[in-house]
Design a protein around this ligand. Structure first.
Ligand SMILES: C[S@@+](CC[C@H](N)C(=O)[O-])C[C@H]1O[C@@H](n2cnc3c(N)ncnc32)[C@H](O)[C@@H]1O
Length: 300
């Protein structure tokens, strides 16, 4: 991504969650906490201070988000909602049992760490993001009107700094505590070597640590698109310097993980999440596929 600009895709994801939460039929699929926190971060980022006034700005934002989805990847916003719900359920389970720390890498405008640092006091929760994106998010939080907990923010460009070096700069991080690392919607922007370095570093953390991440499926060599992405999507991503650079065939995932000392604990495709999570009226809603979610633990 561009060094001086916050992530366009992080904004796209956040606006998409807001769009689903406000949708007449699909809104029911967004749980209350995710919906209210996303609405608040959207208000801070897109609506407060809008020249047209917040109400018109909101309608225009929803219209634009709907058009963007239709023109880019039909069904992408519902996919983001489902992946977030699945990740949240595993994260809550982990923090409620074995893990005392959570590190969200490439957090964007996601609200999970804000909510969990309120709901899980006594746990250390850290967000790492590219400095340009994190700067914008931290500025937005100054106007945020919901409890946001006391999570820590750590700026790091992981294309030029290792995770180990970033964590070493973060005094609240305790390398002796089992930690859940969340890497949602990020690996597709990294080189394979960076993904391997990231896994190696997570594997070196305290015993019992785990990584919960999403990855793009490689449909043909070097091709990592969402199933029904329109051609314009790759041009848009390239223009924004957020082109997809890495993915994997699901069948190759266990070996890829084991080369870095991890074993696969859980895995979901969007179609599996459709069956598990969507309510009956929305069971056949448009949902894209191509990005899967996996939980892996260090196999020491
Ligand atoms: C598609 S967004 C996903 C945001 C969030 N995880 C979510 O799912 O809502 C990608 C995120 O990765 C971050 N990112 C991209 N390249 C990065 C890099 N080299 N170092 C650190 N963060 C990076 C962006 O700043 C952005 O927040």
């Amino acid at each position: 991504m561009k060094q001086d600009q916050s992530s366009h895709t992080a904004r796209f994801v956040s606006n998409g969650i807001y769009w689903v939460s406000q949708h007449e039929r699909l809104g029911i699929e967004v749980p209350e906490g995710l919906a209210s926190y996303t609405a608040e971060i959207t208000r801070c980022r897109e609506l407060s201070g809008a020249l047209l006034g917040p109400s018109l700005a909101r309608r225009l934002l929803l219209l634009k988000a709907g058009v963007m989805q239709s023109c880019a990847i039909p069904g992408i916003y519902l996919h983001h909602v489902l992946r977030k719900r699945y990740i949240e359920s595993l994260a809550r389970e982990a923090l409620g049992t074995t893990m005392t720390q959570m590190v969200v890498i490439g957090a964007g405008f996601d609200t999970l760490s804000l909510r969990l640092s309120v709901d899980c006091p006594g746990h250390t929760i850290i967000e790492i993001d590219h400095p340009a994106t994190q700067k914008v998010k931290r500025a937005l939080l100054e106007d945020f009107q919901l409890p946001a907990g006391s999570g820590q923010f750590l700026p790091a460009d992981l294309a030029s700094e290792t995770l180990a070096s970033a964590l070493a700069r973060c005094t609240p991080y305790d390398p002796d505590q089992p930690t859940l690392f969340i890497v949602e919607g990020l690996t597709m922007y990294l080189e394979e070597s960076t993904v391997r370095d990231l896994l190696a570093c997570i594997g070196d953390q305290a015993r019992g640590s785990a990584v919960l991440f999403t990855y793009m499926e490689e449909s043909s060599p070097g091709c990592y698109d969402f199933q029904n992405a329109r051609r314009v999507t790759s041009w848009w991503l390239a223009l924004r310097h957020e082109r997809f650079t890495w993915g994997l065939k699901p069948a190759d995932l266990p070996d890829f993980l084991s080369e870095s000392g991890f074993s696969l604990q859980a895995h979901r495709t969007p179609e599996e999440l459709r069956l598990e999570l969507l309510t009956e009226p929305n069971r056949h809603a448009k949902l894209t596929s191509g990005e899967n979610t996996a939980l892996a633990s260090a196999s020491t």
